[in-house]
Design a protein around this ligand. Sequence first.
Ligand SMILES: Cc1cc2nc3c(=O)[nH]c(=O)nc-3n(C[C@H](O)[C@H](O)[C@H](O)COP(=O)(O)O)c2cc1C
Length: 215
Amino acid sequence: MSTDLSNYRKSYEKHELLLKDAPANPLELFKRWFHEIDTSFPDIEANAMTLSTISLDGFPKSRIVLLKEFNTDGFVFYSNYNSDKGQAIIANPNVCLSFFWHSAERQVIIKGIAEKVDAATSDDYFLTRPRGSQLGAWASNQSEIIADRDVLNNKLKELELQYKDKDIPRPNHWGGFLIKPTEIEFWQGRPNRLHDRIEYKLNSDSSWTINRLAP
Ligand SMILES: Cc1cc2nc3c(=O)[nH]c(=O)nc-3n(C[C@H](O)[C@H](O)[C@H](O)COP(=O)(O)O)c2cc1C
C-alpha cells in the first residue's frame, strides 16, 4: 500500500524575518512571535510545543507538551517526573523544544538544558489547576502500562472520596521543568523554499551570537 503525497505543496508568503529586525535577545523575538500568534489565531493552542528527549534506550522521543511560562530564564512546562520524559530528562537534561505555527508559516526550535523548577513554583501552578486535573495528576502513573480504562476511573473515584471537601496537595512526582535555552532558531517560511532562518547561540558571557542560516 502506498499513498502518494507528492502534490502536497504550499507556498509560504505571509511574512519575512530579516537580521535587522532580530533583537539582541531571542526571548524578545519569541515573545513578539508568540503574542502575534496568540492574538491572531485564538483557536489554536499557540503554547503547544514538541518536546524531544533522549530516552534511556538511546533513541530520541518527541511528544507535545504545553508551555506554561516563559521568561528571561527560559521555558516552563509541567509533567510527571516519573514518566518516560521525566526519567529521560533526569538521565540527560539536553532537550529540544519546537513550535510549528502553521497559520503564520513559522517554526521555532529551541535547544536547551532542562532542570526541575523549585517546589514552591510547582505548588503555585498546581493550585491554579482545576480539581479534576489535580486529581488526574494523582490518578495516572504516566507512561506505565495499565490493563484498561477502569484502572483510571476506579482510581479517580477513590481519590474523589479521599479528597472530598479537602485541598488536593501536589504529588512530589509531579512538577515543572525549566528549559534554559542555549540555541534558538526562528524559521519564517518564504517563497521558492528560500525561507528565513535566524539562529541565536548563547555565549559564555550570556550574550547571543546571531547568524542567518541557509534554508
Ligand atoms: C495538546 C497536548 C498537550 C499536552 N500537554 C502535556 C503537558 O503539558 N504535560 C504532559 O506531561 N503531557 C502533555 N501531553 C501528553 C504528552 O504528549 C504525552 O503523551 C505524555 O506526557 C506522556 O509522554 P511520555 O510517556 O513520553 O513521558 C499533551 C498532549 C497533547 C496532544
